[in-house]
Design a protein around this ligand. Structure first.
Ligand code: SF4
Ligand code: SF4
Length: 357
């Protein structure tokens, strides 16, 4: 079996955006992955533009390197993203675009528009047949069905449920409709460990569906819960169970099946993974988070599984331990995410790394 090629460019200081952009340019040149785009072609560039207050997401000035390269081919790139499940600044397209613009993702600075693919409220969705273990069909943002190509720019992070997040999550969760995001989370049912609960009510404020109520001076999660996981991150007392085992496995596999549905009809695919400012949580966190490993660099491939595997391997090697497993011991991302993705034909775990000199 042939190996997938993954290109790698080292970056040592993610705070220096000029250095990151210049290194990204070198990687794009080395990989040649953006050379094949044609005049007039609409090219979606999928990127997480960061929750309000988040500092880890890939910077707009860095994403612009892709826009400029595609425009040099006379293609017509645009940034795309979908609305989120939880309360915050990205729950509808208006707030989402306003925040994106604050983060530098505006048409004037970028030279390309930003399009929220699932519409004003996440209503612009379509079911795609996949016939896999968890889903017969997946609900994704409707325009995705008309994409001929996609360029994914993903930030490598840990993740509460999947353990590890990069290209597969950028596709599977990132381009799912709101209904699709709900379906992926539906097996996650947290509960309050009453002994730890101080009833600070923080989780109540964060819950998007008002599923948390007071019961005997403690928080209590009712069956209204949609399993979004927001309360787990919100609680500062470790009072909401995050000891998922089987549930996290099912979540990861569902996310991978969504990535499969998203990519099913797309012919030209390019994935970039930024293993820079790697944090415990994904960019949905509304805060500046500590690095869990030093800056490593950027990966590029046409295979999302290989790209994710290479980034995860390098982070683990660099840290001298599996930092993702350390922060989320129950989330076996190698098996539940990468191996599962390989098993359903999304790509290969086996890769050859081509490093820039
Ligand atoms: S955030 Fe944690 S401590 Fe505060 S009420 Fe909710 S469960 Fe209890
Ligand atoms: S209880 Fe927690 S997991 Fe359930 S919907 Fe509310 S915030 Fe999300």
């Amino acid at each position: 079996m042939n190996k997938s090629i993954v290109y790698f460019q080292q970056v040592t200081n993610s705070r220096d955006k000029v250095q990151v952009a210049s290194s990204f340019k070198s990687l794009i040149k080395l990989s040649g992955l953006l050379d094949d785009f044609r005049k007039g072609e609409l090219v979606p560039v999928k990127i997480h533009m960061g929750e309000k207050g988040n500092t880890g997401h890939v910077d707009a000035r860095v994403a612009k390197v892709v826009i400029d390269k595609l425009k040099s081919k006379a293609a017509k790139p645009f940034i795309t993203e979908t609305n989120v499940l939880y309360q915050g600044s990205r729950v509808n397209a208006v707030d989402h675009l306003l925040l994106a613009s604050v983060h530098g993702f505006d048409p004037v600075s970028l030279g390309a528009p930003v399009i929220i693919a699932d519409g004003l409220w996440g209503e612009n969705a379509l079911d795609v047949k996949i016939n896999k273990k968890h889903f017969e069909s997946v609900s994704i943002a409707r325009p995705v069905m008309y994409f001929d190509s996609i360029v994914s720019i993903a930030h490598v992070t840990g993740h509460l449920l999947s353990g590890f997040a990069a290209s597969l999550k950028n596709m599977g969760m990132g381009l799912a409709s709101r209904a699709g995001k709900l379906r992926q989370h539906s097996n996650i049912k947290p509960h309050v460990k009453t002994g730890n609960c101080t009833f600070c009510k923080r989780c109540i404020k964060h819950c998007p569906v008002k599923a948390i109520i007071e019961k005997q001076d403690k928080a209590f999660i009712t069956p209204v819960c949609i399993g979004c996981g927001e309360c787990i991150s919100a609680c500062q007392f470790g009072a909401i169970a995050d000891d998922y085992g089987e549930e996290a496995k099912v979540f990861s596999e569902k996310m991978v099946e969504y990535a499969y549905g998203v990519l099913l009809n797309i012919k030209k695919k390019v994935f970039f993974n930024f293993a820079l400012h790697v944090t415990k949580n994904c960019d949905c966190m509304a805060k500046d988070e500590l690095f869990i490993v030093d800056d490593i660099g950027i990966f590029a491939s046409s295979d999302p599984v290989a790209c994710d595997k290479a980034a995860a391997d390098m982070v683990v090697k660099h840290a001298g331990e599996d930092v993702f497993k350390k922060v989320y011991p129950r989330a076996d991302f190698y098996m539940n995410q990468l191996k599962y993705a390989e098993g359903i034909g999304l790509g290969k775990m086996d890769y050859e790394l081509v490093s820039a000199r």
